[in-house]
Design a protein around this ligand. Structure first.
Ligand code: FAD
Length: 388
């Protein structure tokens, strides 16, 4: 295993960093004031994503993406993860499950999504089904010419930036047949209820949506009946590693802000860095980031080189769990070092503090990650995490 960065890796890192500094950072306070990225900025930013060669970094060149390895994606996601207010989401990464679509589905949905001309949201969660995705009641009933979709989905991220949504439903209401469907938002019976406000501001929204007798054509099913979890599992591995990368970027930025403040802030006639209480906080932040980074880089490398889906799923959970909790600790410490200034909304550390909390909740809560990890240890032994 070689985790040293070659010239290409360094170029990608720089590309992500330049994009953060040149395009995302100037938008941060605008999003904070408006609660989301105002419509008038969106087309221009999409063009900047294309110009920077950052569109669809998670898809192959044949599919219309950039053809980057998972390790290369991690390097970019880490840099854009420095952005507050979820601005990293403007760098579109179409759902990986779309690559399992038919030729026609890939032409209609994946290819334009990779070009940034379409965007798809992903809807699993429901009022009665959060961690327990098996409890979804959204049903796609077979009927003449296709399916009738009925149900309610919550927290649908990027709804107002999307024109289609991948819906996780039970075929004919049968929990043994969790299945994905591609639904165009414009279809009759698709009703947006509301987009609530959350602790963080985010470039787009998180919507509540109702599907009322939506008539789906026979070719709207993604994959096969009952394959819903299988296709979503790949999405979870990718999304969990993406979260780990964002968390490392966010934690690093917060630590840099705090360290630089500690050097310059004079109290009791000396820089606060000189107080051992502060020095130890800086040391803890650095070591925590180092541990998170070592773990995520290593798992990304493994995904590129090891052909064992179960192992990768198990380890991606560990990366998501550790990096999200580590980033929470680092950003909290950074805010403490910044004192009252860290509590001001104009300070990026205050925004990072609000942003980072959700990383312990979405894409599987910390408790669910621990359950996955515990289950893997039961089945495969402690070695799966400790013996590598
Ligand atoms: C901002 C945001 C964006 C989101 N975006 C999307 C999206 O785009 N698409 C989508 O489908 N979903 C999305 N989600 C939903 C997210 O995935 C869920 O919130 C998450 O899975 C947890 O579900 P829940 O909120 O219903 O909590 P619950 O499942 O009700 O959990 C409540 C508490 O109980 C704990 N708990 C539950 N079960 C267990 C267990 N077996 N063992 C131990 N503890 C347990 C949980 O860890 C948590 O602490 C989003 C959520 C948020 C907040």
């Amino acid at each position: 295993m070689d985790l040293s960065l070659n010239e290409r890796h360094k170029e990608l890192q720089r590309r992500g960093r330049d994009f953060f500094e040149g395009v995302l950072a100037p938008m941060e306070l605008i999003v904070d004031q408006h609660g989301e990225l105002p419509e008038e900025h969106r087309a221009k930013i999409r063009q900047e994503v294309r110009s920077a060669g950052l569109g669809s970094i998670n898809h192959s060149v044949e599919e219309g993406g950039q053809g980057f390895t998972v390790f290369e994606q991690l390097l970019i996601n880490e840099q854009i993860g420095r952005a507050t207010n979820g601005l990293w989401t403007v760098v579109w990464q179409p759902p990986v499950s779309l690559k399992f679509g038919t030729v026609e589905q890939r032409r209609l949905y994946l290819a334009p999504s990779c070009r940034g001309e379409r965007r798809g949201a992903f809807a699993i969660t429901e009022p009665g089904a959060g961690s327990d995705a098996g409890a979804v009641t959204t049903s796609a009933a077979r009927c003449e010419g296709g399916y009738r979709l009925n149900g309610e989905k919550w927290f649908v991220t990027n709804w107002n930036a999307s024109d289609f949504v991948i819906v996780h439903a039970h075929l004919n209401g049968d929990p043994a047949l969790p299945t994905l469907f591609i639904v165009d938002k414009a279809q009759s019976g698709v009703r947006h209820i509301r987009s609530p406000q959350f602790m963080h501001n985010y470039a787009h929204d998180h919507a509540e949506v109702i599907f009322e007798d939506v008539a789906l054509s026979a070719d709207s099913m993604l994959g096969q009946p009952g394959q819903g979890y299988d296709l979503t599992k790949d999405w979870f591995v990718e999304a969990r590693l993406q979260i780990a990368a964002h968390c490392i970027g966010a934690a690093t930025r917060a630590a840099e802000e705090a360290e630089s403040y500690a050097r310059n802030r004079i109290q009791f006639n000396r820089p606060i860095w000189d107080f051992q209480a502060i020095e130890f906080m800086i040391a803890d932040m650095a070591v925590t980031i180092m541990a998170a980074k070592s773990m995520a880089y290593r798992i990304a490398w493994e995904i590129d080189h090891v052909d064992d889906r179960k192992l990768i799923h198990a380890r991606a959970s560990a990366a998501k769990l550790f990096c999200s909790e580590a980033a929470g600790r680092v950003i909290d410490t950074a805010l403490q070092i910044l004192g009252g200034r860290g509590y001001m909304r104009e300070n990026p550390v205050e925004r990072l503090y609000r942003d980072i909390r959700v990383d312990r909740i979405w894409e599987g809560t910390s408790e669910i990650q621990r359950s996955i990890i515990g289950g893997q240890i039961r089945k495969r032994g402690l070695d799966i995490y400790t013996g590598w």
